[in-house]
Design a protein around this ligand. Structure first.
Ligand SMILES: [Zn+2]
Length: 118
């Protein structure tokens, strides 16, 4: 199993895209990356199930991916969507507190991402 430090941070838009770029709709992948889990209170490995990815090897919206914390099974719904500033990443945790624990550098990355792949 890969070292946690080597795993992509799925809360960073660029790393999320890199981790999902060559994955296929309808498939599930184990330990695909790491994400800050509000239930565990720390970074955890995530399993990924790709539910909607109509354009193959791209990050074009719409894209819907489910992430599951391997330690506590907290579910995150990740969406690549066409936002007001271009393509954006939203991470929606199934527990309270998740959105408020997103770290400032992650928000900045999402904004850069929006501008970058418009
Ligand atoms: Zn967890």
């Amino acid at each position: 199993m890969a070292d946690m430090d080597d795993l992509p941070d799925l809360g960073v838009a660029d790393e999320f895209v890199a981790a999902t770029y060559l994955k296929d709709q309808g498939h599930a992948y184990r330990n695909i990356g790491k994400l800050h889990c509000p239930t565990c209170g720390d970074y955890r490995r995530m399993d990924m199930a790709v539910r909607l990815k109509p354009y193959g090897s791209s990050a074009d919206p719409p894209m819907l991916v489910l992430l599951t914390c391997v330690q506590c099974d907290t579910l995150f719904t990740a969406v690549i969507y066409e936002g007001p500033e271009g393509r954006s990443l939203a991470l929606l945790p199934s527990t309270y507190g998740g959105l408020t624990t997103v770290q400032p550098e992650h928000k900045a990355s999402c904004q850069r991402f929006s501008a970058q792949i418009r």
